[in-house]
Design a protein. Structure first.
Length: 767
């Protein structure tokens, strides 16, 4: 009875420890693949799309290159979204519940293996220790924290469920349960396809062990062959339903010869979980003469050799089973090239085998030294130290996964040669307004990944935020050249084009993004907004209806559809809302819409109305200053930003906008002072260039006119006027200025080009 109480107390204590260990992970944010599989994936936003998940892999991701067939995983995401939309806790909770259930099933599996090998009352404590070690293992923390890795954890649950069903059920029920587990597990991730091999190993080691080798092989084959046939069928189904756009890893040969050393790394990491990285900087080996390859092969020979030596010794069978489990579980990631040669979260499944073998070694050591009273006292303490040490490590690892900045900073430190990791940390810095830090990390990443499309996209966004329009444009184009099949690259370029008032160009980019991936929901929303701003009601209605077919019941698409029938723009709606319910928030929202539509005077009016209602609103002052910035009213802008920063000193956006106003004000004052002190055509021309680069085209034209007053035959001034009028879409004025420039200097190629742009612009407008 005391033993029963002790075991129950140990079990309750372990459950409490697991809950405590992971108590700080439930609010950890989305990361990495979560973006294209969840937050940007339109299909998960409606449960009506669930049948589509099983018909094609296209619904799995908004990125065509990542569309692999995992319909059960996408279904789980859709259920999570239906409950809490993008509240991360609703994604973490089901993953963790599966994890807890897996721990229970693992106990049933392990205690059976231990008792078959060597019946002993103490086995249940060692089985519980094995489960505890696995559940709080720091090496497993990344898998549980990374939402997209639920494919690994949940498919593992179903494999364990299949093994336990086979062991504990009788007759046809065990086979039916195994079939169900194999199918569901594979529909979460293809790694579950190895279940038949694990069943074969179990049957070989623990069933009919008194027969000869040949009979044991025949028995295990009889058990597993029907499941191998089912696995083959599931594999072919997945291959058929995975679109041709899906991209695996790089060179198959280089990838595979790297894996022996990777497997050694996984083995070592379970016992010494240090240096974990969410995105390693390991690169594929290029030759089997590599030292790493030889070390890895030697490790595999030794470890698998141990399993072969021990297979016929019942008392040591758990060690052989654990080693075989570890090796088999890693086969899918070993033989199928993936984008990265190594990811720490991939070994989650395989670590079940390691913990079984390692725990049984401890059990045998305990038996050998059972007569030593001191050892009997020390060993439980050592085992407790293993569990508590891992629990502390996991709790700390959870903190790393808290947000993008914490995760990618950790990656940049532990994987300094990983260009993608450096880029993502730079992206996190840019998000909080640290443009200098972002630029530094992008530069470091560029040295490692000179042809990485996403990197150029992020550099472009940074340059745009810094007002470096030409560099931004060039980097957006470079990104698309390197990644022509990546929808999100077109989306961000379109966003930039909209900010520059180039809606026609933005429309083409957004159409291309949607063509590549119908699930790219952000592109759909932006294109609907463009159509609404352009008052292209037929196109808006068509796109809204199409979006509703992808996203049945989507409130945003339905709102645009209603607006198309009522012919109401978003600004009209916002004006009505602000008048009916006057609040600072509503006027701020209106000011943003005016700003995006480049109506800066009305943006200023709306921001001032917000300030009247809420004098301490830093956002209203920032919006006011931003509008002044766009008008070139740098001094007024500085004053507004100073108010914003006085109210909120940590307002990163206001800090950056203020820095821009200060810089441009200094440049303008300097050039204006030079022109005023020495009014020459050249100085006014330089002033016009300053205004042009600031996007202040009308002021640039006025400066050109001053230059022309001083020199009526100043070709460069007429050319600059033409370019500025082009930017404003004032084609007749641009043509007049361009023709004058060319007449004065027929060899001026720049003037000829600007004149061509003006004439084409007028022709398009006329058509």
């Amino acid at each position: 009875m005391n033993q029963d109480k002790l075991f129950r107390s140990s079990l309750i204590g372990l459950v409490f420890l697991v809950l405590l260990t992971y108590s700080n992970h439930f609010n950890n944010s989305f990361h990495f693949d979560d973006t294209h599989c969840i937050t940007d994936n339109a299909y998960i936003r409606s449960l009506n799309n669930i049948p589509k998940f099983f018909k094609t892999a296209e619904a799995f991701s908004s990125l065509p290159a990542n569309q692999t067939y995992r319909p059960m995983l996408t279904t789980l995401y859709a259920l999570d979204y239906s409950i809490g939309q993008f509240n991360v806790i609703w994604y973490h909770v089901p993953i963790f519940l599966f994890f807890l259930l897996q721990g229970f099933l693992m106990y049933l599996l392990i205690i059976k293996i231990f008792n078959v090998s060597w019946p002993n009352p103490l086995n249940k404590y060692f089985a519980l220790f094995a489960v505890g070690w696995y559940m709080v293992s720091t090496a497993n923390a990344d898998t549980i924290n990374y939402i997209s890795s639920s494919s690994d954890s949940i498919s593992t649950f179903w494999v364990v469920a299949g093994l336990v069903s086979y062991i504990y059920l009788n007759g046809w029920k065990k086979y039916l349960a195994c079939i169900v587990s194999l199918i569901i597990g594979t529909l979460f991730k293809q790694s579950a396809l190895v279940l038949p091999a694990l069943l074969a190993v179990y049957a070989f080691l623990f069933e009919k062990t008194d027969n000869g080798l040949l009979k044991r092989i025949i028995h295990s084959a009889v058990v597993a062959i029907p499941f191998f046939i089912l696995s083959a069928g599931l594999y072919l189904l997945q291959a058929k339903l995975t679109p041709p756009t899906y991209v695996t890893g790089g060179n198959t040969y280089n990838y595979i010869i790297t894996q022996p050393f990777v497997i050694l790394h996984y083995f070592q990491t379970f016992f010494l979980p240090i240096g974990l990285s969410a995105d390693s900087d390991w690169v594929p080996l290029t030759s089997i003469t590599s030292t790493r390859f030889m070390i890895g092969i030697a490790f595999l020979i030794v470890i698998d050799g141990v399993a072969v030596v021990l297979y016929n010794k019942p008392k040591y069978a758990p060690i052989a089973f654990g080693i075989a489990f570890f090796s088999i579980a890693l086969l899918p990631a070993t033989l199928v090239p993936l984008a990265e040669v190594m990811n720490d979260h991939r070994a989650f499944f395989a670590y079940i085998g390691i913990v079984i073998a390692a725990t049984w070694v401890i059990r045998l050591v305990f038996e050998k030294a059972e007569s030593d009273e001191n050892f009997k006292k020390v060993l439980p303490g050592f085992m407790m130290l293993i569990i508590l040490g891992n629990a502390v490590g996991t709790f700390m690892r959870n903190m790393v996964w808290h947000d993008e900045e914490s995760l990618w900073h950790d990656v940049s430190v532990k994987s300094p040669e990983n260009g993608r990791g450096l880029m993502n940390y730079g992206l996190a810095l840019m998000a909080k307004g640290d443009y200098k830090g972002a630029d530094d990390y992008y530069g470091r990443a560029l040295k490692l990944l000179p042809d990485y499309s996403y990197l150029y996209e992020n550099i472009a966004i940074l340059k745009a935020a810094q007002g470096q329009k030409e560099e931004a444009e060039n980097n957006f184009k470079r990104a698309i050249d390197l990644g022509p099949g990546v929808p999100v690259l077109y989306y961000y370029y379109a966003k930039y084009l909209r900010e520059q008032g180039r809606d026609n160009d933005a429309i083409q980019m957004l159409k291309k993004s949607i063509e590549l991936s119908p699930a790219e929901v952000n592109s759909r929303y932006m294109l609907m907004q463009v159509y609404q701003d352009e008052q292209d009601w037929p196109s808006l209605a068509q796109l809204a209806n199409e979006t509703l077919r992808v996203l049945p019941g989507d409130a945003t698409a339905q709102g645009y559809l209603n607006n198309s029938s009522g012919k109401k723009s978003k600004i009209d709606i916002a004006i009505g809302e602000a008048k009916q319910h006057p609040s600072a928030e509503n006027y701020i929202a209106l000011s943003v819409l005016y700003y995006n539509s480049k109506d800066y005077d009305k943006c200023i009016d709306a921001s001032q109305e917000a300030i009247k209602l809420s004098p301490d609103n830093s956002i209203a002052y920032n919006n006011l200053g931003s509008a002044y910035n766009m008008q070139g009213e740098w001094k007024k802008a500085k004053q507004a930003f100073e108010h914003a920063l006085k109210l909120n000193p940590d307002f990163s956006l206001a800090k950056n906008n203020y820095a821009l106003a200060v810089k441009q004000d200094a440049i303008t004052d300097s050039m204006s002072a030079i022109a005023a002190k020495k009014p020459t055509p050249e100085n006014y021309l330089n002033l016009s260039l300053t205004y042009y680069n600031q996007g202040l085209y009308m002021k640039a034209i006025e400066a050109c006119k001053e230059a022309i007053k001083l020199n009526p035959n100043f070709t460069l001034a007429y050319n600059n006027m033409c370019a500025a009028y082009n930017k404003m879409g004032m084609w007749d004025d641009a043509i007049s200025a361009g023709e004058k420039a060319v007449a004065l200097d027929p060899n001026n190629q720049l003037a000829k080009n600007n004149l061509v742009v003006a004439r084409q612009g007028k022709a398009q407008k006329t058509n």
